[in-house]
Design a protein around this ligand. Structure first.
Ligand code: SAH
Length: 281
């Protein structure tokens, strides 16, 4: 049996889905049954005659809070009891959560099913987070008006990892974060391009050389340079992981120099973090 990655979204606005995920690669994959989307309208689980899903916060303050009884009923109907082994991971999109990153996206894409709760207003009653053992996941240190855009982002990131979604499977391996580095710069035709202000900009020579090893070495050096300049946090982790290898290479180079051999400089990557980041001209 083919497993279809299934995501259930609990929301007050089911009409927001699939939204942008209904087009392009994700949309095609959805149509082809590579993944499945189920939306659950939280309002359908309201109990009173006004179908209210929220109420004012105890202790006062602005805004409204989503009710725990309504959310529990929706969560149990959608995903099952928290004790059930088939329940899968149940996430609440929340600015207080673990920040979504590549590792978490990978984990979620590897699950057969994922359930996402989208908050609105001031958020949800704390007790339902505890009772339903919700994993809080954030997109970053900013506040959205609802969990839906965050859910769309999370789903998009997962779907592109599913087999058969990306046209060229190879591209995934080289992308930003895959090697702990940001990606190298891309160029396409024309090789010489005159921009709107009359400046002619060339593509780096090495990319036109047809010499794959040199191209790979250049790309790695560029990825390292950009990561070092822009993301010291990623760079220090990467440098730590590669220090031993760099030390070995440096030792080999100095041995060669001592023996009077000239370094051919073919395979070894240039550590070019000191170069300033600028335009190609
Ligand atoms: N009062 C809350 C913000 C509520 S915003 C606070 O200050 O923390 C309303 C809803 O938007 C939240 O319940 C959550 O589901 C969603 N949301 C807002 N910012 C988010 C973020 N950075 N990541 C993920 N979800 C977010």
């Amino acid at each position: 049996m083919v497993t279809v990655w299934t995501v259930r979204v609990l929301t007050l606005f089911p009409e927001m889905f699939p939204g942008p995920l209904g087009v392009s690669l994700a949309g095609k994959a959805l149509e082809n049954g590579v993944w499945a989307l189920e939306t659950v309208d939280i309002r359908g689980f309201a109990r009173d005659k006004h179908r209210s899903v929220d109420d004012t916060p105890f202790g006062g303050g602005p805004g409204m809070v989503m009710r725990p009884d309504v959310l529990e009923a929706a969560l149990v109907a959608a995903a099952g009891d928290p004790e059930s082994p088939e329940r899968g991971r149940v996430l609440y999109l929340s600015p207080r959560g673990r920040v979504l990153d590549r590792e978490l996206v990978r984990e979620l894409a590897a699950e057969p099913r994922v359930t996402l709760l989208c908050g609105r207003y001031e958020g949800v009653d704390e007790r339902v987070i505890e009772a339903q053992r919700l994993e809080e996941v954030s997109l970053g240190d900013f506040v959205l008006s609802g969990g839906e855009p965050a859910a769309l982002v999370l789903i998009d990131a997962c779907v592109r990892l599913l087999p058969g979604v990306m046209g060229n499977a190879e591209t995934a391996g080289e992308e930003s974060f895959e090697r702990g580095l940001l990606e190298y710069p891309h160029y396409t035709r024309p090789a010489l391009w005159t921009d709107g202000r009359g400046q002619t900009r060339a593509v780096p020579e090495v990319l036109l050389s047809g010499h794959h090893e040199k191209v790979d070495a250049w790309r790695l050096a560029e990825a390292e340079r950009i990561t070092r300049a822009r993301r010291p946090d990623l760079w220090s982790r990467y440098a730590e992981a590669h220090q031993a290898e760099w030390d070995r290479l440096a030792a080999r180079r100095s041995r060669r120099r001592r023996n009077g051999k000239v370094d051919g400089g073919t395979g070894d990557t240039v550590r070019s973090g000191d170069k300033s980041e600028g335009q190609v001209s």
